[in-house]
Design a protein around this ligand. Structure first.
Ligand code: HEC
Length: 128
């Protein structure tokens, strides 16, 4: 049991270190299919708190998601989805982790890499 845990952590860490984040849980070989595209998920379930252009929504306390490029976004999305699993970045997203669990239960799951690319392509503003 202990050995398995150590193994899983090692695998998870390796994924993080190589930037090879597939967005799913690192459970052995389980292929996840997503019923919605990232664009659909964003439109239907993220927009109301993060803004039509990822600019953030003050009333909902949703932070902007248009200020990061895909690589960084990917890590933040991964954190939000996997809770404490990604300990390398040391971020706290308790509210969003809770939201994400609910959204996944409702079928708004997405591929982290694909969502990060979608956000960059659609909203990313280069610093002037
Ligand atoms: C009910 C409102 C709400 C919805 C819906 C929502 N979020 Fe959030 N989100 C928040 C709040 C509030 C925070 C800031 C607090 C926190 O991080 O826990 C946040 C934080 C985040 C963060 C971390 C922000 C950062 O700066 O790193 C990411 C990434 C994120 N949300 C992505 C999403 C995505 C993707 C969706 C759609 C699948 C989504 N959120 C839907 C309210 C929401």
């Amino acid at each position: 049991m202990k050995k398995t845990n150590v193994m899983l952590m090692t695998v998870a860490t390796a994924f993080v270190l190589t930037g090879c984040l597939d967005g799913g849980t690192p459970d052995a070989g389980e292929k996840i299919t997503y019923s919605k595209t990232s664009a659909e998920v964003y439109e239907q379930s993220c927009k109301k708190c993060h803004g039509a252009s990822g600019e953030g929504v003050k009333e909902k306390k949703g932070p902007a998601l248009n200020d990061r490029q895909a690589e960084e976004m990917e890590l933040d999305l991964y954190d939000v989805k996997n809770g404490g699993l990604n300990q390398s970045s040391g971020t706290e997203h308790d509210v969003m982790e809770h939201n994400m669990k609910k959204l996944i239960e409702k079928g708004y799951d997405y591929d982290v890499k694909d969502m990060a690319k979608f956000l960059e392509k659609s909203f990313y503003k280069k610093p002037e």
